[in-house]
Write a protein that binds this ligand. Structure first.
Ligand code: SAM
Length: 223
């Protein structure tokens, strides 16, 4: 695969520290959140909270481009684009996720009520239309952030930050960021992709397994 400059040890250990806190069982499901700055801001918040993968469904099938607001966070959060809501919900429910729809409805409970230490996916709706009826039917529980002003809703990225940081608060209290929560295979695969993105793409293209990394991130074996 040719010569590759080794990742700097300091960067490698920083990547590990971030990966050590990633939460595979906390996620967002974005339904047509189509303004690039909102989509980008949500992904940036996901990175800050430790979300490993985010999920999205777009009517036109196209995930928005990232804006500067993302600040590169899209490199550190996997984004799964699903063809439709049913596919996304089935994917999440098979993995034991409870889907919470962030939506002001009669049956909604305050966003601090759920136990987000359990596998939790927070569904957010489009800027203009909110969460669709179809998505509401697939969700397990609606949650709302109390609004005491004149305007009825928050910007979607603000709502996402409020709810995700409550999830982070609960998970910090439960010690979820003090232990690695990724399985070993996912951990090592992701670490290699983060440390050597171009090389990882070349290995993927060749259908070859990634080489092992040494204690400071140096490549030990080339296949
Ligand atoms: N007109 C839309 C409606 O009636 O739902 C407003 C959509 S709001 C700008 C975009 C998304 O942000 C909503 O679908 C919801 O997911 C989230 N959101 C905004 N304010 C919220 C709140 N107070 N509680 C829960 N979710 C909220």
């Amino acid at each position: 695969m040719g010569e590759t400059k080794p990742v700097l040890p300091r960067r490698y250990h920083r990547l590990r520290n971030v990966l050590n806190r990633r939460q595979t069982d906390l996620t967002v499901l974005l339904e047509d959140v189509n303004k690039p700055h909102n989509f980008s801001a949500i992904i940036r918040t996901c990175d800050a909270v430790g979300v490993f993968s985010a999920h999205a469904v777009y009517e036109q099938g196209k995930v928005p481009a990232f804006s500067e607001t993302a600040q590169g966070s899209q490199k550190w959060v996997n984004i799964h684009s699903h063809p439709d809501l049913q596919t996304a919900a089935t994917h999440l429910k098979r993995r034991d996720f409870t889907i919470y729809a962030a939506h002001l409805s009669e049956k909604a409970v305050d966003y601090c009520t759920p136990d987000y230490t359990r596998p939790s996916a927070i569904l957010f709706g489009a800027e203009k239309w909110g969460v669709s009826e179809e998505a509401m039917a697939l969700a397990d529980q609606a949650i709302y952030i109390p609004m005491l002003g004149m305007v009825q809703s928050l910007n979607v990225s603000v709502a996402a930050a409020v709810i995700l940081f409550e999830a982070q608060r609960q998970r910090l209290a439960a010690g979820y960021y003090d232990q690695v929560r990724l399985d070993s295979e996912t951990y090592h695969r992701t670490l290699f992709q983060w440390a050597y993105p171009e090389l990882a793409a070349a290995y993927d293209k060749a259908g070859k397994p990634y080489p092992r990394l040494g204690d400071d991130g140096q490549i030990i074996t080339h296949n």
